[in-house]
Design a protein around this ligand. Structure first.
Ligand code: NAD
Ligand code: MN
Length: 483
């Protein structure tokens, strides 16, 4: 019994579609070997998926939110029952170890349970009216068809992050899977179907961004587009959807700062820098890639970081700290960016190299002496690479943190409530952390960025309901003369 078929096709109208002549091959990042062949969907496939979502919309949007929540709950129970299988697929597709893949699967389930419960809330607001015998309130209504496009870094969590809030609000959806994690999306669709999700409510399209993704975004029947991925693609998606004024939610890249002050607990800071820079091989939008350290403690912190980096184990097993990057193109791009930084005068303190001839492993890499405006300081790499910068004081640290095109997450290590509070208020980031790591939000909290890290939307949390539903103002008047 295999976890998924070798030929990964789409899910449209509640069933996997027939195989097609057009494919690409997906490789295992831990070995470089092929894991499956994936249908390379084109416009016709996208049209079929959107049509299926359109047909399912009337019944799904008329289903009570409580009932929709029960069905989403059943999907969560299906994921929990098949937790090991889901995690095996995630581990195979990403190269991360089973421990991380299981943690990610559990996070996807926790998020699903939160939104299943929202079926019993979906609050609007009631308020007063300026007119006698009139009441005023808002109610939430579905938008229509949601086009969902995701990145590959935490595949089952990314699927959950989009699908559960879109469906609880009463929309039907077409999910464009990431090309590096096709089987995870396929398996989710299968589990959702088995759990009783009506056919056509969730359709999954496989394919590459500029083909399947672009066609989905451009489709006139897609009413809301939610995208997690690079700033480059996000900008194009906003332009395309903007032409027909479709709603867009963009969760994009980051170049996240982590400040270490002279009063910080340096061991705690070092621990969290290692976690923030290297966990998931640095393939996190929230990863800390700019470590901004007070001059007076710089050398001490650097020594601690280099000792910890040297002790990291890189590989596919649960005994390893992190695994490969997701594909060969990413591997090549990251190593080339490190080479350009070196040529530009920066010093590679550790790492900067490939670790294995077959798998896509990169050694933990710390760089110092980079110009804060150089490519290595301003462009997101999405790999296990972080730069160290020296600053004289808090003001310089804050200025450097904010001197970035991105504004997703930011962290400060300090024992001073004054510094921490000033940082919380003034750093340009959607997520701020004191004395820990730059990590994503909890299921009930709104995550998202400022500047080039997004378009201001926030998901998940109840704020995601604002992405996937529309508000109606309702006024009811009555006439006491008619009693
Ligand atoms: P990417 O933008 O290349 O691809 C992401 C998804 O978009 C894929 O499914 C891809 O097929 C699709 N796509 C690409 N071009 C498209 C287009 N023109 N039209 C429609 N769809 C298109 O991103 P990536 O390199 O695969 O992923 C890493 C990026 O994702 C990083 O920038 C990372 O910061 C970001 N990310 C952000 C968050 C967040 O919540 N802010 C979370 C995870 C990853
Ligand atoms: Mn890309």
């Amino acid at each position: 019994m295999h976890d998924f078929p070798y030929e990964i096709t789409n899910w449209i109208g509640g069933s996997p579609t027939p195989e097609s002549a057009s494919h690409f091959t997906k490789h295992n990042p831990a070995t470089g070997g092929p894991t499956c062949r994936v249908i390379r969907s084109g416009e016709a496939d996208v049209n079929a998926a959107v049509e299926s979502a359109r047909q399912a919309f009337a019944a799904w949007s008329a289903t009570t939110p409580v009932r929709r929540g029960e069905i989403l709950h059943a999907i969560c129970m299906g994921l929990r029952e098949q937790r090991e299988r889901v995690a095996r697929v995630v581990a195979l597709e990403t190269g991360k170890n089973m421990k991380s893949a299981l943690g990610e699967t559990d996070a996807a389930i926790a998020l699903g349970l939160f939104f299943a419960g929202e079926g019993q809330r979906l609050y609007g607001r009631t308020t007063t009216s300026g007119t006698p015998c009139k009441s005023a309130m808002t109610i939430r209504r579905p938008i229509g068809i949601a086009g969902l496009i995701i990145a590959a870094n935490t595949p089952i969590a990314n699927v959950a992050w989009k699908v559960f809030p879109a469906l609880i609000c009463g929309n039907t959806a077409v999910l464009k899977a990431a090309e590096d994690t096709p089987a995870t999306a396929w398996v989710f669709a299968e589990i959702a179907q088995a759990a009783g999700l009506p056919a056509g409510v969730l359709n999954v399209i496989q394919g590459i961004g500029p083909e399947a993704g672009r066609a989905l975004v451009a489709h006139p029947a897609v009413d809301v587009v939610s995208f997690t991925g690079s700033t480059r693609a996000g900008r194009e998606i906003a332009e395309s959807a903007g032409r027909r004024l479709a709603r867009v939610s963009l969760e994009l890249g980051g170049k996240n700062p982590l400040i270490v002050c002279d009063d910080a607990d340096l061991d705690n800071a070092a621990h969290w820098i290692i976690q923030s820079a290297f966990s998931n091989a640095g393939q996190r939008c929230a990863a800390a890639s700019r470590v901004i350290c007070f001059e007076s403690v710089y050398e001490t912190l650097k020594a601690k970081l280099l000792a910890r980096a040297a002790a990291l184990k890189v590989g596919p097993t649960d005994a390893d700290d992190y695994g490969p990057v997701v594909n060969e193109r990413q591997l090549t791009n990251i190593l080339a960016a490190i080479d350009r930084a070196r040529a530009d005068g920066a010093t590679v303190l550790c790492g900067g190299t490939r670790l294995d001839d077959a798998g896509y492993y990169i050694a933990p890499t710390f760089i110092e002496g980079a110009n804060p405006h150089a490519e290595i300081s301003t462009c997101e790499l999405f790999g296990p690479v972080a730069c160290l910068y020296r600053v004289p004081d808090f003001a310089a640290a804050l200025a450097m943190a904010n001197d970035s095109p991105y504004g997703l997450t930011a962290c400060i290590h300090t024992r001073s409530v004054h510094r921490a509070q000033e940082f919380i208020e003034r750093v340009q980031a959607g997520v701020v952390v004191v004395n820990a790591g730059t990590f994503g939000s909890e299921p009930h909290m709104p995550f998202g960025g400022m500047k080039q890290s997004g378009n201001g939307s926030r998901e998940p949390g109840t704020e995601a309901l604002d992405v996937y539903s529309t508000l109606k103002d309702v006024y009811v008047t009555h006439d006491p003369a008619q009693l």
